[in-house]
Design a protein around this ligand. Structure first.
Ligand SMILES: [Zn+2]
Ligand SMILES: [Zn+2]
Length: 302
């Protein structure tokens, strides 16, 4: 079968590999659509976003990873085929994180498309393959009204739901979203869906800002980090929640400048290195947290 394989940093190939064996109760999924996540681009560049976000260090990825974790496909079981979206990781189920419903920060996961938890293999499984094996209970039937391509967004939608939870977004919140990649765009929509009083969305490039305006976010603005920061200072400190999908010095500064007393910054991208911060920015119980992937329940909510 054809697979998209990250041989090593910067070296991505399409290659024929053998169809994986499937051991029941796990089942075989025929991939119909698989999204390209920002994480996939980071893997290609040699980063390991899963380990950065979950265990706080940049562990080397194994060679020959099949990329892809935003997956929809078809499962055949007992002569019936079902259209499904895949929850792409399985946590250990035993650690403190798992036992408290925070499977997303479990350090012992098997994760499709992330190379984590599979021991040593010739090829590490992922969604950018014609077929792959998935654990029992991790494929969710989708209605015919949702296309396979649309269903690939459920993974990102779950991440956006979790990011809004981490940032405490509720009805009446004032929310700023910095960085309008797919996750930022989804987070803005989740915030609006929750009844946020105001959602401001920013990106440095024109296209996502246009898309955000098309989605009804009239205050969407194109600005680089510095302009964003100045604008933030101007509009100062009026947001209860800032969702920063970039995690750069400029966006974190802008996020703090935007933040109301008691507000929360939810950081969705953490990178190695330092971010400078005037400690006074944390006054009045402002705080910053991270948001990593999403626990099982948020995929189900998505
Ligand atoms: Zn992803
Ligand atoms: Zn665990």
């Amino acid at each position: 079968m054809k697979s998209v394989i990250l041989v090593g940093p910067g070296n991505l190939v399409v290659k024929e590999i053998s169809v994986p064996d499937v051991t029941p109760p796990a089942h075989r999924v025929r991939m119909m659509a698989c999204g390209i996540c920002g994480s996939d681009v980071r893997y290609l560049a040699g980063e390991n976003p899963w380990s950065l976000h979950t265990v706080g260090k940049n562990l080397a990825s194994p060679p020959n990873m099949v990329l892809g974790h935003e997956i929809a496909g078809i499962v055949e079981a007992n002569g019936v085929s079902k259209r499904v979206a895949i929850l792409a990781y399985r946590a250990c189920g035993r650690c403190r994180a798992c036992l408290s419903g925070r499977e997303n920060i479990c350090a012992s996961v098997e994760h499709l498309g992330h190379g984590a938890g599979w021991g040593t293999r010739e090829y590490y499984p992922g969604g950018m393959a014609e077929e792959f094996e998935v654990w029992d209970g991790f494929s969710y039937e989708i209605p015919d009204t949702i296309s396979f391509e649309e269903a690939t967004f459920l993974d990102g939608l779950a991440v956006a739901i979790h990011a809004c939870d981490r940032a405490g977004v509720v009805q009446g919140s004032r929310v700023a979203v910095l960085g309008l990649g797919p996750i930022g765009m989804l987070a803005a929509q989740v915030a609006r869906d929750r009844g946020a009083e105001h959602v401001m969305a920013c990106d440095t490039t024109a296209l996502p800002v246009e898309l955000a305006r098309e989605l009804g976010f009239e205050s969407a603005a194109q600005s680089d980090g510095h302009a964003m920061f100045r604008r933030a200072e101007r509009e100062s400190k009026q947001f209860d929640a800032v969702i920063d999908t970039v995690g750069a010095q400029e966006t974190v500064e802008a996020a703090f400048a935007l933040l109301a007393p008691g507000g929360v910054i939810s950081l969705l991208a953490v990178h190695e290195g330092h971010i400078e911060l005037d400690a006074m920015r944390l006054s009045a119980e402002r705080y910053v947290t991270t948001s990593a992937n999403s626990p099982y329940r948020d995929f189900q909510r998505a």
